[in-house]
Design a protein around this ligand. Structure first.
Ligand SMILES: CC(C)(COP(=O)(O)OP(=O)(O)OC[C@H]1O[C@@H](n2cnc3c(N)ncnc32)[C@H](O)[C@@H]1OP(=O)(O)O)[C@@H](O)C(=O)NCCC(=O)NCCS
Length: 330
């Protein structure tokens, strides 16, 4: 039988600085009432000058390692899921590897926007199948606010910064373990224009001194993204459950991507999972992109929302488009 991958430790890190809806009322023409009713978001954490993604990946990694009761030196592979590395080269994974003092380890970025954590979990599962002795650090985070146009009220109110981390190993049968039972991944690049950050890629050539245009920031057709997000997360979750002969009755807890409370509630309703079994923290952090699912997972586990013996269904959706679901047995 294929060896199972298990999550040994979880942690997350968000910047200290908090931006409230009232703060945003002073930046753009918006209101706490509009943001709350349309998104459920009240506050989001944002980096301060001098802070960058590696402060978040480093902070989250140390917490996940402590939770796993492993020293950094035990890590053999580093995966960082992000769309906002602090540089094109070196990668966010190499910057983190250096900060952790882990010279010589494999370090690789994964780009799948808000779905990044689930893409990274599946990659880690593949690595563990090849190298059962591996101890893999998965970091998943974004400084979304570095790519937000603060003059665009349709997007700037939605996002926040943060990072979540997990340590994965092959199942050693030990007592403290969460089994990563399966992951389903999907994508559709034909819909890429509905949610994009084109600037800074090689498709947009800049000359020295060129001004930064709108293409440098998150551009989104909100209504269409909303519909696709609900449909895709519902579909991939059902497909994954069916693959295992399960239904949503077999799921104790739903941990969805925290983009918007209305999307979360719509996915829960379509799957037939009542609100009290759906984890929500979007009001505190906004949409933290790749960090959203691992922060939700860490808070759900450490806060007791999910208990040993229970099963959680994780699902995410993001630019690309990418979407995914995962089953975890606690
Ligand atoms: C962005 C979103 C909250 C907008 O809600 P909506 O009900 O679709 O609103 P619309 O975009 O149709 O805009 C309605 C009106 O509100 C206005 N508006 C947009 N942002 C606003 C803001 N922050 N404050 C006040 N008004 C705002 C629009 O200009 C529009 O005004 P108009 O009717 O005069 O043109 C919603 O579409 C959404 O959540 N989409 C998914 C976004 C997402 O989660 N993306 C990430 C996925 S990983």
């Amino acid at each position: 039988m294929k060896q199972q991958a298990v999550i040994k430790g979880l942690g997350f890190h968000v910047p200290e600085r908090i931006l409230t809806n009232q703060d945003l009322e002073r930046l753009v023409e918006t209101s706490d009432e509009w943001i709350t009713t349309r998104t459920g978001i009240k506050t989001r954490h944002v980096i301060s000058p001098g802070e960058s993604l590696s402060d978040l990946t480093h902070g989250a990694s140390l917490k996940a390692l402590a939770d796993a009761e492993l020293p950094p030196e035990a890590i053999t592979h580093i995966l960082v899921a992000t769309f906002s590395p602090e540089s094109v080269i070196p990668s966010a994974a190499c910057v983190l590897q250096d900060r952790l003092g882990l010279r010589g380890r494999m370090a690789q970025d994964i780009s799948a926007a808000c779905t990044g954590f689930l893409y990274a979990l599946e990659t880690a599962r593949g690595l563990l199948a090849l190298h059962p002795e591996a101890k893999i650090l998965v970091c998943s985070g974004d400084v979304v606010t570095s790519r937000v146009n603060w003059e665009d009220r349709g997007t700037c109110v939605l996002f926040g910064d943060g990072c979540g981390a997990a340590v994965l190993t092959a199942d050693d049968g030990g007592p403290r373990r969460t089994v990563l039972r399966d992951v389903a991944l999907a994508s559709d690049g034909a819909l890429g224009d509905l949610l994009s950050v084109r600037g800074g890629g090689s498709g947009t050539i800049y000359k020295l001194g060129d001004p930064v245009g709108e293409e440098y920031f998150v551009q989104m057709k909100g209504r269409e993204v909303f519909k696709h997000a609900v449909r895709s997360m519902t579909e991939v979750s059902r497909n994954l459950l069916e693959r295992h002969g399960l239904t949503t009755d077999d799921v104790d807890v739903l941990l969805p991507h925290q983009a918007n409370l209305r999307i979360i509630e719509a996915v829960g309703k379509k799957l037939g999972i009542p609100n009290e079994r759906v984890f929500v923290n979007v009001h505190k952090y906004g949409n933290t992109s790749a960090a959203s699912v691992p922060i939700a997972l860490a808070e759900a586990v450490h806060g007791g929302f999910v208990q040993p013996g229970q099963r959680a269904l994780l699902t995410a959706f993001g630019g690309g488009f990418t979407w995914a679901a995962a089953l975890l047995d606690f």
